[in-house]
Design a protein around this ligand. Sequence first.
Ligand SMILES: Nc1ncnc2c1ncn2[C@@H]1O[C@H](COP(=O)(O)OP(=O)(O)OP(=O)(O)O)[C@@H](O)[C@H]1O
Length: 627
Amino acid sequence: MSKEKGSLSIHSENIFPIIKKWLYSDHDIFIRELISNSCDAITKVKRLESFGEADLHGETDFFVKLILDSTARTLKFKDNGIGMTDDEVRKYINQIAFSGAEDFFNTYKDKGDKDQIIGHFGLGFYSAFMVADRVEIDTRSYRDESEPVKWSCDGGTEFEMEKGEKLNRGTEITLHLGEEGESFLNEYTVRSTIEKYCSFMPYPIYLEVADKEPQKDEEGNIIVEEPKALNDVDPLYLKQPNTCSDEDYKKFYNSTFKDFKEPLFWIHLNMDYPFNLKGILYFPKLSTEFDTLEGQIKLYNNQVFIANNIKEVIPEFLLLLKGVIDCPDLPLNVSRSFLQNDGSVKKISEYITKKVADKLNQLFKSDRQSYEKFWGDISPFVKFGSLKDEKFYKKVETIILYKTISDKYVTVEEYLTNLEGKLENQVYYVTDKVQQSQYIKLLQEHDIDAVILDHNIDSPFISLVESKKDNISFKRVDSDIADLLKDKDAETDDETNKKEDENVLSVFKKAINKEEIKIQIESLKSDDVAGMIILSENTRRMQDMMKMYGMSGLNMGAIPSEETLVLNKKHPLIQYVIEKSLEDTETLNLIAQQVYDLAMISHRALSPEDMSNFIKRSNEIMKHMIS
Ligand SMILES: Nc1ncnc2c1ncn2[C@@H]1O[C@H](COP(=O)(O)OP(=O)(O)OP(=O)(O)O)[C@@H](O)[C@H]1O
């Protein structure tokens, strides 16, 4: 062929400034685009061979190789795929199929949908100009009769094309990196970009560094290493689940997420109809440091990485998991706005949610022991999922576990059945085992179990359960439990009794001298405790919520604290107060103040002033003991 010059057929003035400007932020995707083109070219020639339409002359070790030469400032992409004839270069490279270019740009220029521009108009190859001042193509088609072609272009609309010198089938694209491609002269950047986008591409990808010092052994001999592909051409998620072992899954997890903790369990997604979707979702162990789940879902399209954590495809709560999802039905370059409006995307997302719920149900039913073992790690995920997605909640509501103070794991239904006759639709819970130990002890003495709900998510979560399950209510162990602990047989309504109560009340009111504290006198079954503080569940929840949303600066007085001091008539100290209540002695005063402070201490921290009074008084009481 004779040397040829021409203009690229673009109706727009010049596409390159637009490409450079608009795609600037993710300009590493040119590596993905050029390697994908190479892989496509290999797939095409393999297919032709399988139809008997191409003779590959034994050259069937397919590869993609990148060669970085930082001295020459070039990055080459080499493959032994289908190659191109001169006519094909004219057709596929020179004529950028760009009808209606202006309309397109006008539509998208304000939307920032950069990704869509590339995929939509087959501009993958031209993304090279984001980083290169000049691009050359050396290509030779698989057709025996075809001549090699050399094409070059410096980023304007002019190109040159002439007969090339390439001897073998395939394509070599040379990028002369400009200022904007400076970072790609660094081996590490190129390597990590390949690993980011091309980890699972179907043909081996090698990186050669032209001017690299050879490695030597101790005697100074050059170590010749077999070139190692940077990708896994046959990723586990594409295999049939029944051919994969637990070890395979763990290894794949470790290498894909660089997380060397073992995952708890996983779900292999494998679906052909009504859409094509393959992948593996892992339930990671909670990070003990922060007690958080940090998930990562990598989305692929035909083994080409698209992006991490795309909320439009993966329900938000599933982003707490780790996994890979490959869905060839999605457009290669996902535009967020496109996905939001795409019906099949919604189905994909529902399918994934269903699979996750099914797996949890199956584990609960078939291996409750393991399920209980995993519960601590998966519960924030299940609870967050329930809060975020009603359908998910419906599927998992009967398998939500609660850890009890007696170290058992129960569902709400099991909890209520176990306490039938003692509690009616009430679930007692503990948020702080140490702080609430006094109350826990009281409940245990009455053989009443309580569940532990000490995670941030628990407070909105129990509100959800209460709203979904008729008449079930959660009560913290320091809320209105006096009823539960009351000795009903000892209750009398006679006049003497009433008088006694009034007298005790007046002693305590005077001693405590706090208007806001309510005092209630009861005969409790146990005579261990003289007094305890209980708090209205609703008021406390409201206060917790205000704290959580950082509203504590607001007038907290607007919500009265509603703390009640319950005095136990069965306790000898209260008995003593009853007997001596008319004698206004200092001892009575001391007893009342001390009973109140002790009740308060097992409820919450005392104020500094109350604490120092308490210590002073305790010392005085001890002095009394020896005097
Ligand atoms: N390495 C290659 N080997 C053979 N043909 C190639 C190669 N690179 C590009 N081509 C040809 O050039 C065409 C245009 O490539 P380009 O990347 O611009 O768009 P595309 O691959 O069709 O679409 P996409 O934007 O999805 O990548 C390809 O369809 C292919 O025919």
